[in-house]
Design a protein around this ligand. Sequence first.
Ligand code: GDD
Ligand code: MN
Length: 398
Amino acid sequence: MTAETPTSLSAPAQPDAAPLLTVVTPTYNEAENLPLLIERIHDALGSVPHEIVVADDNSPDGTWRVAEGIARVDPSVVVLRRFHDHGLSAAVLDGMSVARGSHLAVIDADLQHDPAILPGMLSVLQCGDADVVVGSRESEGGGYGDWSVQRRFVSWVATMIARVFLRVPTDDPMSGYFMLTRRSYEATAADINPLGFKILLEFIGRNRDLRVTDLGYTFANRIHGETKLKPSVIRSYLLAVAELRLGRQIDPVFFLYVLVGILGVAVNSLLFTLFEAFGFPRVDTGLNEALDPIYSSFVASVALTTLLLFAVNNEFTFWEQRYRGWRIAGALVLYGVMTLVGTLVHVAVFSWLQETGFLFDLIGDDAARVVHNLIGATVALVVNWYLNTTFVWRRRLN
Ligand code: GDD
Ligand code: MN
C-alpha cells in the first residue's frame, strides 16, 4: 500500500484513451473477496482494454480502503466511496455514471459471478446482434451451484413473476450479472428507479427496445462474507415489478394490497369449505346450538381470514408503518372496524346493482349477479384501501 508510482499490473486502459469495457462492481463488506475478484477480471480479460469501477457504500470492513490500495498500484481500478443513498442499484448506477468504457458490465464482488464469460459477453455485443447480454444460470452452460431447495424455489417464483408480468426477454431476469452497450445505458439510465436491487430488470423492463441475449454461467458459492439480501427484498422486488408494470401513477403498494386481498379470498374459500366438509368444531356452550352450522362456518372463516390479512398487511404490505408490541391489538380492532365498513359497502353496492337490474338484459341474470358482486368487491377494496391507509397504517408524506 506504499507504492506511489502507478505501475500497470495487467493490461490496464491507457489513462487517456477510453477503454473498451468498464466493469462495475458494487461492494458492501467484500474486503476479502475484492482483491481476488480484480485479479480474476484481469485474467479473464487479458489484453482487452478495460477498467474496473468499485462502487462501495463506505463498507465498515474497509472494502474501500482495500480498493484504494489496489488503485494506487493499478491505474485501471477506479474507486467510488459512497456516503449517501446507499443501496445496490444506486451504487451500480453511480459506477456506470463515471465509467468511460464503450461497454459496461456489472458483476458481484463476492466471486459468485464467473468473470471468465466477460470476453464472451463482450463479443456478443461487438457482433451487434444484442444491446444487453445477461449472465444466465438458466441457459445452456449455466447453473445454480449448491443452492438449497428453499432458495431455488424463491428464485423460481421471482423469475416466474418477472416473466409473466413483465415478459422480459431473458431466462434469468433475477441475474445481477450483465453487460450492455454505452448507447443502451445512455438511452435508459434517466428512467431508472435507483431504489432496490434489481438493476438488470430496471434496464430491460424500462427500455423495451433493447435486444437481450443470454449467456450461461454457473453461480458459485460464497466463500467469504455473507449475503446482504434479506427477506425484505422480496417485498421490494414485488414493488419494483409493480412499478415497472403499472407505471409511477399508481402506488405500487396498492398492488401488494390487492395481491394480499386475493390471497384472502382464496384462504377464506378454503377455510369455509373445510369447515363445511369436516364440520365446524363445536364447543358446547349452549350458544352454538342456536347458530346455523353454515352460519358458524361463515363467521369462523371470515374471522380467521381477517386475522390473517391483518397480520400479512402489518408485516408485509405496510411494512414501513407496521405496528409492534401492544399497539398491534389496537390496530387490529381498528382494522376489524374498517373491514366491517368495507363489507357494508360491498353489500350496499351489490344490492343496489341488483335492484337497478344493471346488466340483467345484457348478460342474463346469473352472469349479472357475478359481475355485480365483483363490482361491489372492487369498490369495497378501494374504499378499504383508503380507510386503511388513512386510519390504520397512515403513511408519512415525503
Ligand atoms: N455498494 C453496495 N451497496 N453494494 C451492495 C449492497 C449495497 O447496499 N448490497 C449488496 N451489495 C453488493 C455485494 O457486496 C455483492 O458484491 C453484490 O452487491 C451482491 O450482493 P449479495 O449480498 O452477494 O447478493 P446475493 O448473492 O444474495 O444476490 C445476488 O444474486 C441474485 C440472484 O440470485 C445478486 O447478484 C442479485 O442482484 C441477484 O439477483
Ligand atoms: Mn452474492
